[in-house]
Design a protein around this ligand. Sequence first.
Ligand SMILES: Nc1ncnc2c1ncn2[C@@H]1O[C@H](COP(=O)(O)OP(=O)(O)OP(=O)(O)O)[C@@H](O)[C@H]1O
Ligand SMILES: [Mg+2]
Length: 581
Amino acid sequence: MKKILLNILKKYRLSTILIIVFIGLYIYFFTYPATIVGNIIDLLSDIETNKLELIKQSFYLLGSCILILAVRMPWRWLVGYVPRSIERDIKDKLFEQFMKIKMTSIQNIKNGEIMSYFVKDITEIRTFTYRLLTHATRFVFTMIIATATMMKNVNVNLTIATLCPIIIATFLVIKIKEYVEKSFIRSQKYFTELSEYVQESTDAIRTTKAYTGEMNQLKEFIKKNRMLKGANNSVDVHSTLLSTCLNMCFGISYGISLLFGTKLVLEGSITTGDFVAFNGYIALFVGPITWIPGVISRYKRAKISYKRLDKVFALEREKLTIKEVDTKNDDFIGNIEVKNLNFNYPNSIVTVLNDINFSIQRGEKLGIIGTIGSGKTTLMNLLLRLYPVQRDKIFIDGKDINDIPLKVLRDHVCYITQDNFLFSTTLKENIKLFKDGIEEEEINESTKNAMIYDDIQKMQNGIETVIGERGSDLSGGQKQRVVISRAFLNKSNIVIFDDTFSALDNRTEQLVLKNVKELVKDKTCIIISNRISDIKDANKIIVLDSGNIVETGTHDELLKLQGKYNQFYHEQAAKQEMALN
Ligand SMILES: Nc1ncnc2c1ncn2[C@@H]1O[C@H](COP(=O)(O)OP(=O)(O)OP(=O)(O)O)[C@@H](O)[C@H]1O
Ligand SMILES: [Mg+2]
C-alpha cells in the first residue's frame, strides 16, 4: 500500500507544489487588508493633509482584494482535483487487487466489508488529503506569515502574549481529540456491521419473506442502528467539548489583545491603526485553529482506513503472468490425471477430498455423481487451481498442474460453474464473458445449442436485453441455459459442467445434452450431475461420497456393482415413476 500510495502521490507532485505556493501567496496577501485598514485609521487623524495618501491606500485595499481572489481561484480548483484524482487511482488499484488476490483470501472477506473499503476507507483518505492540502497548509502558513507580520508591523510582546492562549488551545485540542478518536473507532465498527447486515438482508430477502422473518430482521436492524447512533452521539459530544475549549481560548486571546493593546496605545508604543490592524491579524487565526481538530481527526480516521486497506493490499495475489511462451490449443491436449489427491480448505480441519485417483483422456467424458457436499465442486476448483494444490497430485498432459501458468490453465479450461452467476449487463456480454472478437452469429449459434435462443428472441431487446442483478429476472432454467451457452462459444479443450442441467426439464435437458455431446466429441469433458441421465453415456463415472471415490466404472458396470450408483439409479427411477402416475 505504501508503495502504491507513493506512486500515486508522485503523479500529483507538481499540482501539490502549486497548491502550496498559491496558498502561501494567498495567506500573504490576506494580511494586506488588515495592514491597509490600520494605515487608513492612522491617516484619518488628519484627513485634509492625508487626503491623497488615503485615496492611495483605498486603491491598495481594492488591489489586495483582487490579488486574493486571483490566487484563490487556482488553488480552490487544484485542491478539489488532486484528492479526487488520488481517490480514483486508489479505487482502481483496490479493484485490481480484489480481482487478483487468491480465492483463499477473498472468501474470508464479506461483501459489506468490501463495499466499506471502497466507500468509506478510500473516502477517508481523500478527505484527509483534502484537509491536509487546504486546512493544514493554511494553518502552517498563517502561523508563520501572520505571526511574522504581527511582530514586524505591530509589537513583539503583544504578539507573544496574544498567541499564548492560541498555542494552549492547539494542545488542548490534540488531547481531547484522542477521546473523539476512540468514539470514532466504535462508530466505524458499528457502521461496517450495519452495512454488512443491510447487504445480507437484502440478498436474503426471498428467504426472509418465505419464512416470514421480516420482523426478526427488522428488530436486529433497529438494535444495530441504535448502537451506531449511540457511537455517533459520543463522537458529537466530544467534538462539541472540543469546539467549546477552542472558543474559550480565543476569547481569552482577544481579551489579552484588548487590554495589553490599549495599554500600548495609551503609552504611545503603538498607534491606534496598529491596534486595529493587530485585531485584524488575530482574526486570520480563527479559521485555521478551528480546522486543526478536523485535520487531526481526519488524519486518525485516514490512518485507520489506511491500515485496513494496507491489509487488503498485503493479501497475496495469484500469479497469472505467463513466463513461458503462450501455450496454443494444439500444445494443450487436455489429458487429466489425478493421483492420491487429498484436500482440506485452508483454516479448516475437515478433509474434503480423500485419496482421489482418476484419469481422463481427450475425447473422453467423465461423469461425477455424489451426495451433496461430497466434494465435486471442490475437485473442479482444484483443477483450475482456484485453491492451492499439492505437487505431484494433478497432472495435465503429464505436466504437474503447478507448473502450468495460471493464465494458460484457465484459458484452456471452460468451467461452467454451479452458481449460474450472471452479471447485470446484456445477455450478449454475459455469454461472451470477457472474450472479444466474437461475431453475433456465433453467439446466436451458441444460444441455439443451449436451447435458449427462442426465449431470448421473445425478450424485448433480444440478445441486447440487460438482465437484472444476478439474473434476478430470469428463471432458474433460463439462467442455466444462458450459462451453458458460454461452453458453445469456448474453444477450450477441457469443458466442465458443474451441475448445470439440474433446472432443465427432461426434454430440454436431452436436447442440450445432444448438442453438448457434439461439442465435446474431440474434447475432455467432465459432467457433474446428480441425474443419472446426464452422465450415463460417459466413458467413466466416479461416485463420490464424503470426499471419497466409492465406485468407478461405466454406467453398466456400476449398476452391476449394486452399490451407491445403483441406489441412485433406482431412487431416480422410482421418482420418475411417481411423477408419471
Ligand atoms: N470455500 C470453502 N471453505 C471451506 N469449506 C468449503 C468451501 N467450499 C466448500 N466447502 C466444504 O467442502 C465440502 C465439499 O463442498 P463442495 O461444494 O465441493 O461439494 P459438492 O459435492 O459440490 O456439493 P453440491 O452437490 O451441493 O454442489 C462441503 O462440506 C463444504 O461445506
Ligand atoms: Mg457443487
